[in-house]
Design a protein around this ligand. Structure first.
Ligand SMILES: Nc1ncnc2c1ncn2[C@@H]1O[C@H](COP(=O)(O)OP(=O)(O)OP(=O)(O)O)[C@@H](O)[C@H]1O
Ligand SMILES: [Mg+2]
Length: 371
């Protein structure tokens, strides 16, 4: 069992408040991913959990026991850093044994633990090498191994894969996921990588300026971002945000973006009718457009085309707005070309222009569940 709870946790450095009173529950066996812009307090939160830094206020609980004053070594939490932080003068085997030696674990037990972890991570052949003779991916495996031999109750990962190339990141990402599925150890994982966050997490926690803006299952957050900040932060490319206005025409609730008006799907009708003429921000994911060959859809000027092989990303100007538009497969579009672009209006998001908050989310959910 390892359930972690932060209650009113605050961290101040001098006059700067880095973590505002923060409440967060990390369920036993969960994979919690922390994301947020640089400087929002993710590493600080991990360091507080690991005991490498102390809280200014508030309580950290591990299975309902306060651990604020426990030494890092007594917390049973193992941290893996972006920089690997291996001891350069020790071999891989000695790096793996380091913590066990300090704890005076018996030699045979040390050997068997090292052998088991080396087997799982595929680093058997590297045990006698020094870190300088390892590639980035191998170093990262050793860093993970060093955390694993401790059999911790909680793993803390601070951007463990960000120094690696894309292919190796993918391999190790899958290994970390497999490890979690196998051992179900509670994990708290910081990343800037959208794919890692979406694929690894049971729960994503989106932070901004030392506060939690939204937490939930990855697809819940992707489908229902609570505000424009989360809408742009989760998902790649970021969601397009267009200024518009709610406008009912001929009895149909809709939205006008510059000169283009479109009807809203039924689930928005109630909210839109109540707030007619209100300025809004319309959120449209790059994938929620379609190419049309009828003149009914507005035209867009292609500015830039990025082909990855499996998808085409177009940068276009549409109704005076710069947009990212993405299609599966290959689109034969050229810069300066004009295309006719429709919106999959079922998929749009609406936010209040005033404060960027998702519009009447309760009405949206009620009508969705009623459908
Ligand atoms: N020891 C310290 N003294 C003063 N300020 C600090 C200290 N450690 C961190 N900070 C500040 O706390 C804020 C949060 O830092 P933190 O390292 O937690 O950010 P982060 O979310 O991990 O960012 P990144 O994504 O860039 O790693 C930053 O403004 C940072 O400058
Ligand atoms: Mg950090």
């Amino acid at each position: 069992m390892a359930r972690v709870e932060l209650v009113g946790v605050t961290r101040r450095y001098g006059k700067q408040t880095v973590l505002n009173p923060l409440n967060l529950t990390i369920p036993d066996g969960s994979f919690t991913v922390l994301v947020g812009p640089s400087g929002c307090g993710k590493s600080t939160l991990l360091r507080l959990l690991a005991g490498l830094d102390s809280v200014s206020d508030g309580v950290i609980l591990l299975d309902n026991q306060q651990i604020n004053d426990l030494d890092p070594a007594d917390r049973d939490m193992a941290m893996v850093f972006q920089s690997y932080a291996l001891y350069p003068h020790l071999t891989v085997a000695e790096n793996l044994a380091f913590h066990m030696r300090a704890k005076r674990v018996k030699r045979e037990e040390q050997h068997s633990k090292i052998a088991r972890v080396a087997e799982i991570l595929g680093i058997n052949s590297l045990l006698n090498r020094y870190p300088r003779a390892l590639s980035g991916g191998q170093r990262q495996r050793v860093a993970m191994g060093r955390a694993m031999v401790r059999n911790p109750r909680v793993f803390l990962f601070d951007e463990p894969l960000s120094n690696l190339d894309a292919q190796l990141r993918m391999v190790l990402r899958a290994e970390i996921k497999a490890l979690h599925q196998r051992f179900k150890t509670t994990m708290v994982y910081v990343t800037h990588d959208q794919v890692e966050a979406m694929t690894l997490a049971d729960q994503i926690v989106v932070m901004r300026d030392g506060m939690i803006v939204q937490q939930g299952k990855p697809l819940e957050i992707y489908d229902h971002p609570v505000n424009t900040f989360v809408a742009r932060f989760i998902g790649s490319p970021p969601m397009n945000l267009l200024e518009g206005q709610l406008e009912t025409r001929q009895g149909k609730p809709g939205v006008r973006c510059n000169d283009y008006w479109f009807a809203l799907p039924a689930r928005w009708h109630q909210a839109a009718a109540q707030q007619d003429q209100q300025p809004v921000i319309v959120g449209i994911r790059a994938q929620d457009f379609f190419l049309s060959d009828t003149a009914e859809q507005p035209e867009a000027q292609v500015k830039l085309v990025e082909l990855t092989g499996e998808s085409s990303l177009l940068h276009v100007e549409w109704q005076g707005f710069p947009l990212h538009v993405q299609f599966a497969g290959r689109i034969a579009a050229e810069p300066e070309q004009t295309i006719s672009l429709g919106i999959n209006t079922d998929k749009i998001h609406l936010f209040a222009a005033q404060n960027g908050e998702r519009l009447t989310i309760s009405a949206e959910i009620t009508s969705q569940s009623a459908c």
